[in-house]
Design a protein around this ligand. Sequence first.
Ligand code: HAS
Ligand code: CU
Length: 547
Amino acid sequence: MYASVKKMTGWYLGVGMAALFIGGSIGPFQKLEHVGINLYPSLQSVGLNNYYQGLTIHGVLNALVWTTFFIVGFLTFTTVHSLKRELTHPKLNWASFYVMVIGLVMAAVPVLLNAATVLFTFYPPLQASPYYYIGLTLVVIGSWVGGWGMFLTLRAWRKENPGETTPFIALASNITMAMWQIATLGIAIEMLWLIIPWSLGLVDGVDPQLARTFFWFTGHPIVYFWLLPAYVSWYGMVPKQIGGKLFSEPLARLVFWLFLLLSIPVGLHHQYVDPGVPQGWKVVHAVLTYSLFIPSLLTAFNVIASLEIGGRARGGTGLLGWIRTLPWDNPSFTAQNLAMILFAFGGIGGLTNASYNLNLVIHNTIWIPGHFHLTVGSGVTLTFFGIAYWLVPKLANKPLFSNKMALWQAWTWFVGMLLMSNGLHILGLNFGAPRRTMLGIAPYASSDWQPLLIEAALGGIILGVSGLLFYINMIGTVRSKQTLTEAIKMPVAEPMEVHPTPAWLDTWRPWVVATLVLIAVSYGPLLVYLISNLNMTSPGFSNLWGG
Ligand code: HAS
Ligand code: CU
């Protein structure tokens, strides 16, 4: 069924996974460098020149490429399977894929040549080859086009089914893509107005403060663009996979609308220490960031309640006895549940980050990579692995190569990430160890750091092994000679109680208008201030790393 989207999703996932394979393999080298084992000189034969080039590849391929390709592919798939209708314009969605691939290649070449060693946040005045920026911009534009293909399909469905409530999975997937379209306006302006002309040499200088502000306009909501597809699965699919029901579907819809509303106007929580941003606006964004906890805590409540319904339906009793009866032999569930647990710790750390004054303690320390490996590196990536454990067999029409290996993969990721993130968090909080630094040669590195660095390195190596198990399983599945005896269907959770969905939870206009108004209020005056004090004065700095 839905042959066009099947092939397309396969391609998106394949490119995303290939990116993660390369980006992920560099992780263990970083951790080894921190304990003084510098393998980069011996990696020059494969084109890896130094730690910072490796870190750029790691960040760009993992955080930007793996996520975006997986998400656009997955959400195209979920839109079609949830609406139970083909894409209205499959060519448009294919165009999205090709534009993204062209952009990826354009950005990857300079990165691999050490001509774009500017890390995944590409803050000016560090300057990369223009191809890097143009390539990344094309990836974003491609993802927009993919979103348009989904919106047109949803619109057609609504016309064909007047008066019907949009199925939850399709609604949630499209809200995620709509949020992304608005969120990426910041990076689009940063690239087209400030960075690309400057990297092409058309203008001499750039305004780093304004560029950072546009970057974080997109850079915060991007984390929810990564997270929300995982939430689509936690709400919309996991309850079905465990034989339970979704505790409250209206609440789940409300959560997605709240993320549309609140994801964007909070970017300044990445800029608390920026001298050029007036303090009052930082406080406004801090308060709005706290309000973002509401949809996440609603999610924790709703998802755990759904897990409990499933566990009890399987015969679990007692206060916590239902946890044991969950299907721990199902790798798709296990990976996602372990992802949720890791994500809860990442979320708690997020509260620390968001607290204006506490942020000063951990900002730019290695605590931050501790935080985002629990969120995007676990909550998101381990969930995507869990999804791949049913979706790739479905797309390939072949059984999963090894159930047992997949279970090992999920648990080793869990243990590796616990060790690594624990080490990183404590190093940042207690010792102020900096992030993005060759700690192995830092003269100020104290011997007190060593046990924690070793703990983190051990975690990193376990994660490397876990990653390999994932890839063996994926390749084994795709190359298997067996075919499925029974077709796999996308799991779709039923709500525990069927209530008619209130109209305001299935109406776009008020939510989109409110979102735009809140952005205008929280960013408008600040942008007017920064633009009226425009300082296009900084030249570019490049080749700092011996490129
Ligand atoms: Fe963050 C920095 C604040 C969430 C990713 N974040 C980053 C960076 C990344 C990132 C990549 O305020 C670094 C960027 C860079 O390179 O500089 N973050 C937050 C806050 C949240 C948050 C308030 N972050 C995320 C998510 C990410 C992500 C999600 C990726 C996917 N973050 C910050 C701040 C900074 C920051 C500052 C800047 C720091 C600095 O100074 O540079 C919140 O959204 C978190 C809310 C989440 C929760 C958890 C709810 C728990 C759930 C699971 C429940 C289920 C369970 C299962 C437990 C409150 C939903 C139970 C199972 C049973 C069997 C019972
Ligand atoms: Cu943020």
